[in-house]
Design a binder for this molecule. Structure first.
Ligand SMILES: *Cc1c(COP(=O)(O)O)cnc(C)c1O
Length: 341
């Protein structure tokens, strides 16, 4: 089976397991795990932030990042397919009383005019006030697309001018960084809070982080504990995540190459299904045409390729650490034949 359902499927590598074995540990609820503490400081520095807090999941990092910027009853605005509104089980509303409104895009790419049309800051006593904007980079359900840096600079300046918080869902900011060469700190400086994942393309078994000012991260630490997210000898997990960052970041370029080859192979048989030039990182969304995405997913499975459906006619393939470029290309040939057949 060539498994392209998600980049979360990766298993810890031998080097990563060795790093976990050797990690020095302590009780992280007492802030005494040396491996966690050093790793939080290291990632914060990479993004030019004062502090970081490691969490179990990107969902929890997003939950805490938005919590820092939005009071109960106020709103965060974001893309209509943002992970925070589509894929986090309503956690921002259930846990923190956060309300949301969304803007529409075809591919997840947003500009300042789109943000300006949706926000409603200082709406008075009867209406909901926007207090934060959220942006996803890369954009998962938009097809792994990269936000143009100039757009982010404009949106950041605009939010600062209006006193709005700006949160980055950077679950895959690593992919944007590798694809564009833009330093992580250049992304970090535009946002008030940043969430990153080590368990996607980087290949760690567990772990995300929320980054911000020291004051904000102290609040996030308290809230993480309240949500049941305090953990003890988490250094074994921080060691895995740090190994991923040190050893498995540059190779994301291979995932991007695999995704391009997959898309090119699909287009060779079914040119209407995907424009290979639209593939920006490690996610490929293929149009299933007049058949349902579910049918294509089933047929591909019978031929040894696992895909997921992300819409009625949208089939998603994600390349990762456990799939070679050659396997991705083979999978593209198989899927192209199914679509053409
Ligand atoms: C995967 C993902 C997350 C976090 O997911 P978890 O499964 O909670 O770690 C957040 N945002 C985006 C865009 C993602 O793709």
């Amino acid at each position: 089976m060539i498994d392209l359902r998600s980049d979360t499927l990766t298993r810890p590598t031998a080097g990563m397991r060795a790093a976990m074995m050797e990690a020095a540990v302590g009780d992280d609820v007492f802030a005494e795990d040396p491996t966690v503490n050093a790793f939080e400081a290291k990632v914060a520095a990479l993004f030019g932030k004062e502090a970081g807090l490691m969490t179990t999941t990107g969902t929890m990092s997003n939950l805490l990042g938005v919590y820092l910027l939005v009071q109960p009853g106020a709103e965060v605005v974001c893309d209509y397919r943002a992970h925070i509104v589509r894929a986090e089980s309503g956690g921002h509303a259930v846990n923190h009383g956060v309300t949301t409104r969304t803007w529409f895009t075809s591919d997840g790419i947003v500009d300042v005019d789109t943000v300006a049309q949706v926000i409603a800051p200082n709406s008075g006593p009867y209406q909901v006030s926007t207090t934060a904007v959220e942006i996803e980079n890369t954009h998962n359900f938009g097809g792994g697309t990269i936000q143009p840096y100039a757009n982010l600079v404009e949106i950041s300046a605009y939010c600062r001018e209006l006193g709005l918080g700006l949160h980055l869902d950077g679950a895959r900011i690593w992919n944007a960084h590798i694809a564009t060469g833009i330093p992580l700190a250049d992304y970090g400086k535009l946002f008030d809070t940043v969430s990153v994942c080590f368990s996607k393309g980087l290949g760690a078994p567990v772990g995300s982080m929320v980054l911000s000012t020291a004051e904000n991260i102290a609040r996030a630490r308290f809230q993480r504990r309240r949500l049941g997210g305090g953990w003890r000898q988490a250094g074994v997990l921080a060691a895995a995540a740090e190994y991923a960052l040190d050893n498995q970041l540059a190779r994301l370029a291979d995932d991007h190459e695999g995704a391009r080859r997959f898309a090119t192979a699909v287009a060779a048989n079914a040119p209407w299904a995907i424009d290979p030039a639209s593939v920006a990182t490690n996610i490929v969304v293929v149009n299933s045409g007049d058949r349902t995405a579910a049918e294509i997913v089933d047929k591909a499975k019978a031929s040894g390729v696992l895909l997921s459906s992300v819409g009625a006619t949208a089939v998603r393939a994600v390349t990762h650490l456990d799939v070679t470029v050659a396997e991705a290309e083979t999978a593209g040939e198989i899927v192209g034949e199914i679509l053409a057949g």
